[in-house]
Design a protein around this ligand. Structure first.
Ligand code: AVI
Length: 338
């Protein structure tokens, strides 16, 4: 990779310049942990799910996606395989932007469909991990000779208003994997407002959502028999220990995940097994846990199609087509900005 400025970098692939990567986080202050202090001072205690994703947490999440009990990833992948060509046909030529692009595995199914349709290929991946972004971009450039890439190392919030002008006739912004479900309803509303604002009339929004279903299926997906989801949950505490010089002892917590049928959401908690005080020295902060006290580490909302369609309508993002699997466990919604 060759540096053009502190913020913008480009990778030369052979002698063509098919890729630009811009780092929007370069000048950002690091985490100051204020959200940790707020969450641990609240009643009930909670932590922002972004603290799952240090390097180890991201690896554990990749493992979760392959678990037999964790149906969302393979179900969504199957929907992409079945309907990638239909999506390409409906949108016509358009560039594909993806929030939280990661390894871009599912997006490659779309790129294959756009390539097969003879469309120009332009991809705008957005991810907080620059390593992941650069590695997956290099793989894609090698696989698709006509592809051009404009990547942003960024959070969703920062990236959405910083997307570059569209080069093709339209743009499709993808937010897949049901990550929308990890946002509280008010955050979801703010997020959809930003998406709507960033798209032009005629642009597309492709949204992957996990749907409401039998409690047993949902609870098994977050309580896998190999304990990978539990390790993912505990890793949040280990991450905080490292980051803020903390003394969480994971032996004094247990993993709890259950479906809240009133809120239609999986809630993942860390349950304190003893009365204990935990310190985060770098934040000059200590908190006390009662024996049996729960700390909420994540919600994962499960959606109802008519309800989310109404939400999308409210944000000028009506659903053009819904693609789902045989069991109606997961849905890909192709929305078009009005
Ligand atoms: C990233 N997100 C959509 C996952 C989910 O299912 O809510 C995170 C996860 N948490 C536990 N397992 C997977």
């Amino acid at each position: 990779m060759t540096s053009q400025s502190s913020e913008t970098q480009s990778i030369a692939a052979g002698d063509d310049q098919r890729i630009v990567i811009r780092n929007l986080m370069a000048g950002e202050p690091g985490e100051n942990g204020q959200d940790v202090v707020e969450g641990l001072s609240a009643q009930p205690k909670s932590l922002p799910p972004k603290y799952f994703y240090d390097q180890h947490g991201s690896q554990l999440f990749e493992e979760i996606c392959k678990l037999p009990e964790y149906y969302p990833t393979r179900t969504e992948t199957a929907i992409f395989e079945a309907y990638g060509a239909a999506i390409a046909h409906l949108t016509g030529p358009c560039e594909i932007a993806e929030l939280g692009s990661g390894s871009a595995t599912k997006t490659q199914i779309l790129l294959d469909a756009y390539q097969a349709a003879g469309y120009p290929l332009r991809y705008l991946p957005i991810d907080v991990s620059s390593t992941m972004l650069v590695e997956s971009a290099q793989e894609l450039l090698a696989k698709y000779p006509t592809l051009s890439i404009y990547g942003l190392v960024s959070t969703y919030e920062l990236a959405i208003p910083h997307l570059p002008p569209t080069q093709l006739t339209a743009r499709m912004l993808c937010f897949i994997g049901s990550t929308l479900g990890n946002l509280q309803p008010y955050e979801c509303d703010q997020f959809l407002a930003k998406v709507s604002h960033a798209l032009k009339p005629g642009d597309y929004f492709l949204l992957g959502l996990d749907l409401q279903k039998e409690t047993a299926v949902l609870e098994a997906a977050y309580n896998d028999s190999q304990g990978i989801t539990a390790a993912f949950n505990f890793n949040m505490l280990q991450h905080l220990n490292r980051r803020f010089d903390g003394d969480f002892d994971i032996a004094h917590f247990s993993h709890r995940a259950y479906y809240n049928q009133t809120e239609n959401q999986i809630e993942m908690h860390l349950k304190s097994l003893t009365a204990q005080t935990v310190r985060l020295k770098a934040l000059n902060f200590a908190t006390h846990f009662e024996q049996g006290e729960y700390l909420l580490s994540e919600i994962s909302r499960k959606f109802d199609l008519p309800e989310i369609s109404q939400e999308l309508d409210k944000h000028q993002l009506p659903v053009l087509r819904t693609f789902t699997d045989q069991n109606q466990w997961f849905a890909l919604l192709l929305c078009q900005r009005t």
